[in-house]
Write a protein that binds this ligand. Structure first.
Ligand SMILES: [Zn+2]
Length: 306
């Protein structure tokens, strides 16, 4: 078993509430024949609401909004100040309101000026098409898209947030210089589809409670009974070391090629210089012969070599 499945197994013992919640979510997805557990717009806006704020404030803001506006059509037409007031606790309420209303207005106009804009059409698309479609809206970034694909559409996606990136680096699953984007590509290839949802949720949870894995070793929610026994020390991977070696090999190869190119350039320059010198010598010789001929001397010219 490679490192990510081992990590998922170890963390699910430590945080069983996370995996049991996911079992419910998966069952719901299956009972809907993959049709998704929630309206995609709900999923998009609730994920957008969670950016740059705490989970608690994001949930409260989203709950306020849904209580006042059960459908997205009325969010689209309501005065912006009303919407901003409802989601104030999440912060950045004016920007969030503007982006939500812009997305809704765009969808509405594209869908024949409907009062009930929808994103359910995404369910017919493959992952790449969904990514392309959602990326055109301001405020919907790669992490939001990945979350929507995973949680609302049940696709094999592994979103990379700050906790996932930090822990993946410390476990050696990605290199220490990996960005969120590069880690997303590497981890989506490394983590088997069947554990993507669990491992993502477990790492997010674990990153908030484990002293060893939290940012600056200061967990957001330190356990009352003291630090946890972290199971991730057994889940270090040599994958990144291998990858780094491969990267070094590539760099060496590139350096060698560069050296070869440089040597080739130098030898060409030397060749050109030599040719110039020979031509100059020939010119001098020809001029000397011409001068001698003009002076009436008999000059025997060397025949050209075959
Ligand atoms: Zn830990």
């Amino acid at each position: 078993m490679n490192a990510p499945p081992r990590a998922s197994q170890g963390l699910s013992v430590l945080h069983p509430e996370v995996t049991s919640r996911n079992v419910e979510l998966r069952n719901e997805l299956l009972s809907n024949c993959g049709a998704g557990v929630s309206n995609i717009l709900d999923s998009v806006f609730s994920t957008m609401m969670s950016q740059n704020t705490t989970d608690k404030n994001a949930h409260a803001a989203f709950a306020n909004l849904k209580a006042a506006h059960p459908t997205w059509g009325t969010v689209m037409t309501a005065p912006p100040s009303d919407i901003a007031g409802l989601i104030k606790c999440a912060g950045l309420s004016d920007i969030r309101t503007e982006r939500m209303q812009m997305i809704l207005a765009t969808l509405s106009s594209e869908q024949g000026d409907t009062d009930e804009p929808s994103m359910e059409y995404l369910r017919e698309m493959d992952n790449d098409a969904v990514k392309k479609e959602l990326s055109r809206f301001k405020g919907i970034g790669p992490k939001t898209i990945s979350c929507v694909l995973l949680f609302s559409m049940g696709r094999g996606e592994f979103p990379v947030d700050t906790h996932v990136l930090r822990i993946a680096k410390s476990c050696g699953w990605v290199t220490s210089s990996a960005t969120r984007e590069s880690a997303y590509t590497v981890l989506n290839g490394l983590v088997p589809d069947e554990i993507k949802m669990d491992l993502h949720c477990l790492l997010v949870r674990h990153g908030k409670v484990c002293h060893k894995c939290a940012a600056n070793n200061k967990p957001q929610f330190p356990p009352e009974d003291g630090p946890l026994v972290c199971p991730l020390r057994r889940c270090k991977s040599v994958v990144s070391v291998k990858r780094e070696n491969e990267a070094t090999k590539t760099t060496t190869k590139m350096t060698t090629t560069k050296k070869q190119k440089k040597a080739k350039n130098v030898s060409q320059k030397v060749k050109v210089k030599a040719e110039v010198k020979v031509k100059a010598e020939e010119k001098v010789k020809v001029e000397a012969i011409r001068a001698a001929k003009a002076a009436g001397a008999v000059v025997k010219e060397e025949p050209d070599l075959p």
